[in-house]
Design a protein around this ligand. Structure first.
Ligand code: ADP
Ligand code: ZN
Ligand code: ZN
Length: 719
């Protein structure tokens, strides 16, 4: 018997399968999907068995497999296929795809000491009770009014006596595996009957339990999508099948987990904040069929459920469903692949679907389901405030309206949330008096300022001009990198408002595990009257006592040099506008900015997704951005700037000679990080075969080049 084993050859940055002989004594143990130890040159490597064969003949000597690591395969037929699919789509090495799919404890070539965790109990052997001698021993025996006693309890009395009793055969150890992840807390299940919109969504999807069919639920915030998901899951479980629910990392709160637990009992939870041990345990509970619902972030899409009946992807527009490092896969693509494999529906849900997904729904690739009304029918009043006028009146940070309303909140013992929409990059220049941004005429992307050359450049196509000192719109010379941090804003609030009790939530205050929840809790129970934070707080805006939401620099995210910045701005402001005023008191939202007439802001204030979509799609069409083309980003980096430049030009030339619509090379948004220079090439494409061929060729050439690194990102979400 021989086996094909996939191993990673680190020095060449590649993986490959090699044939090994299976010795007679190992034939029973070796099977497809298990990890094995094999000789390679003069080293030993771990690899995955990809296939086995009984009739291959070799006229040269092949080496033996040294050892089999797993008792059970860690990759089944479906997972083996998913890995191959992922590798072909992302151009990442196959073994890195398998590693991404598995918890750390099961990856190949990963020396870990992550083990199963056991609790040890003691059992009594009544036949040997005559051997109990000392007082301490008697005290221990007295614990046995039940069959099993925790060993630690007995050891507390006397470790030496426990040892003696075990040695004398009076006590016996019994080990039981425990699973580390355990979320305490409880939540009472609400028994609700579906609204007619929910019922319609549920019944539409219900018809397709036994076929592959993708759905897109476009449901405004508060339309009750979660309840629809849970009704679907209930049916699927009752039919003996399994369900995966993907949610963004940031919404995977104990509260959400408890809602699912209250309804369904035991579920598995997978996200990046679990320890390696917890993750390993959750994984095995799924594998052993102990749970049939998995709720988790991106990587939960690989949960080893055997009999999937539905896949749900909530907030489907979320960027974090795409992995930013190798392999750069998108969890929704994997979800669709798995739904096809299992012949089951996949349901994507969002209040602000990605432009690509909504287009697929319009074209009929996805079945569109609309849920346009909120369960409680309560929309807040949204005000847009033009800061150009306010600045003239001397109100540089807070508009008159925001000042008045915030003072009312403090006076009336209500609460407010202030969102600081941080500019993504301080290197974009804007006019401080009118908000004008300098853009590339060809790509409609804000130009980035390069200090060294004193130029402003487009990082999509490479276009550049000298730094501009006077605003072409209003002739002001006040052109600056504009930006204020949350800490500065906190100081300003405390200075300006008497009686303000501010709690701040941003990257600095939430690094510790659990800090996020603590801040939310202390705000919820009224210790503070103002919650101040960055984009991060827009998800948690569900507080009954909050009557006011203020957004500082509501238009700032438009100045991020990325063609998706309008889409992201709309999403953020829509989220904010949709979340305020969840209780009886009518909520108010104040959005401040320089460019408040931008369609993304006006449509968000009116909660008009379709209106936004129509405008956005026109611009995308004119400039050839997705969904009208696909994109591929090639990043070239290295320490030697001249070399990076030279190789980037070589790659661009090669591509231009073979395919159309190659842009660049240009500098990346951040051209230099830690002394490493970054250049990039962008490809707009419709058909992918020829491009993939070219990319594979390039990848092959640079894989052993240690001076210049070439990374390929197909369908990048940030450029
Ligand atoms: P979405 O995810 O669409 O933003 P949620 O699922 O969070 O909306 O639902 C909003 C609120 O409405 C939740 O508090 C939920 O418990 C409640 N809710 C959902 N469906 C119903 C219903 N049919 N009857 C009463 N309350 C409901
Ligand atoms: Zn200006
Ligand atoms: Zn350009």
């Amino acid at each position: 018997m021989t086996a094909e084993v996939l191993v990673e050859i680190k020095a060449q940055n590649m993986d490959k399968t090699f044939t090994y002989n299976v010795s007679i004594d190992m034939e029973d143990k070796v099977s497809v999907g298990k990890r094995v130890l094999v000789p390679f040159g003069n080293q030993k490597l771990e690899g995955f068995v990809m296939s086995i064969s009984n009739d291959k003949k070799f006229d040269y000597e092949i080496k033996n497999i040294i050892d089999v690591i797993d008792d059970e395969p860690v990759l089944d037929d479906e997972m083996l296929k998913i890995g191959k699919y992922m590798s072909s789509k992302t151009l990442a090495n196959l073994i890195s795809c398998y590693s991404t799919m598995l918890p750390k404890a099961l990856k190949a070539s990963h020396k870990t000491n992550i083990n199963k965790k056991y609790i040890t109990y003691l059992k009594i052997n009544k036949d040997n009770l005559d051997k109990v001698k000392t007082e301490k021993q008697k005290e221990i025996i007295a614990l046995f009014d039940k069959e099993l006693v925790l060993k630690s309890d007995a050891v507390n009395i006397s470790a030496a006596s426990v040892k003696t009793l075990i040695n004398n055969g009076v006590l016996e150890e019994v080990k039981e595996e425990v699973y580390r992840y355990n979320l305490n807390g409880n939540y009472k299940d609400k028994n609700v009957s579906l609204t007619s919109e929910q019922d319609n969504a549920y019944n539409t999807i219900k018809k397709s339990y036994n076929e592959f069919k993708p759905f897109l639920i476009h449901g405004v915030t508060g339309s009750g999508k979660t309840e629809v998901y849970m009704h679907l899951i209930k049916d699927v479980i009752d039919n003996g099948k399994d369900a995966i629910v993907l949610v963004p990392e940031i919404s995977l709160t104990p509260q959400l987990v408890n809602i699912f637990k209250a309804r369904f009992g035991d579920i598995a939870v997978l996200h990046s904040r679990l320890s390696d041990g917890e993750r390993y345990d959750e994984w095995r509970r799924i594998l052993e069929g102990k749970v049939n619902i998995v709720v988790g972030a991106r990587s939960a899409i690989f949960a080893p459920l055997k009999n999937l009946g539905i896949i749900i992807v909530d907030e489907e527009h979320t960027d974090t469903y795409k992995q930013e490092n190798n392999p750069r896969y998108n969890a929704i693509d994997i979800g669709i692949y798995r739904a096809k494999y299992h012949n089951c529906p996949i349901v994507l849900g969002s209040a602000t679907p990605s432009i690509e997904s909504y287009t697929r729904a319009i074209l009929g690739t996805y079945t569109l389901i609309n849920m346009p009304t909120r369960v409680n029918n309560n929309l807040p009043k949204v005000h847009l405030v033009d800061m150009r006028n306010e600045i003239k009146k001397g109100n540089r940070i807070f508009s008159k309206l925001l000042k008045d309303k915030l003072n009312d909140v403090i006076k009336n013992n209500k609460q407010a949330i202030i969102l600081l929409n941080r500019r993504g990059y301080s290197t974009v220049l804007t006019c401080h008096s009118c908000g004008h941004t300098f853009k590339c005429p060809k790509c409609d992307i804000p130009l980035t300022y390069h200090k060294a050359s004193n130029t402003m450049r487009c990082h999509y196509c490479g276009y550049g001009v000298g730094r501009i000192y006077e605003c072409p719109e209003c002739k002001s010379k006040d052109i600056n990198e504009f930006g204020m941090g949350t800490q500065k804003l906190e100081e300003e609030i405390l200075k300006e408002f008497d009686g303000a009790k501010v709690i701040r939530m941003d990257i600095d205050t939430t690094t510790k595990k659990g800090a996020h929840e603590k801040i939310i809790e202390s705000f919820r129970n009224g210790e503070y009257n103002i919650l101040l934070g960055t984009q991060m707080i827009s998800k948690g805006l569900d507080f009954p006592n909050v009557t006011l939401v203020g957004v500082i620099n509501g238009d700032a995210s438009l100045n991020i040099p990325d063609f998706r910045s309008a889409e992201r701005t709309f999403g953020l402001l829509n989220q904010v506008s949709g979340r305020a005023g969840r209780s009886k008191d009518l909520g108010e939202v104040i959005i401040q900015g320089f460019n408040i007439n931008h369609y993304s802001i006006v449509k968000a204030a009116n909660c008009d997704y379709k209106g936004f979509y129509d405008e956005e799609v026109n611009i995308r069409k004119r400039l050839g951005y997705p969904p009208f083309n696909n994109l591929c980003l090639i990043k070239i980096s290295g320490r030697d700037f001249d070399l990076v430049m030279k190789e980037s030009k070589k790659i661009a030339n090669y591509l231009m000679n073979n395919i159309d619509n190659v842009l660049g090379p240009g500098s990346s948004t951040i051209p230099k990080i830690n002394d490493i220079y970054y250049m990039q090439i962008l490809i707009k494409y419709k058909k992918s075969e020829k491009m993939y061929e070219c990319l594979k060729y390039i990848k092959g050439i640079y894989k052993t080049n240690h001076k210049v690194k070439v990374e390929i990102d197909i369908n990048p979400l940030r450029i």
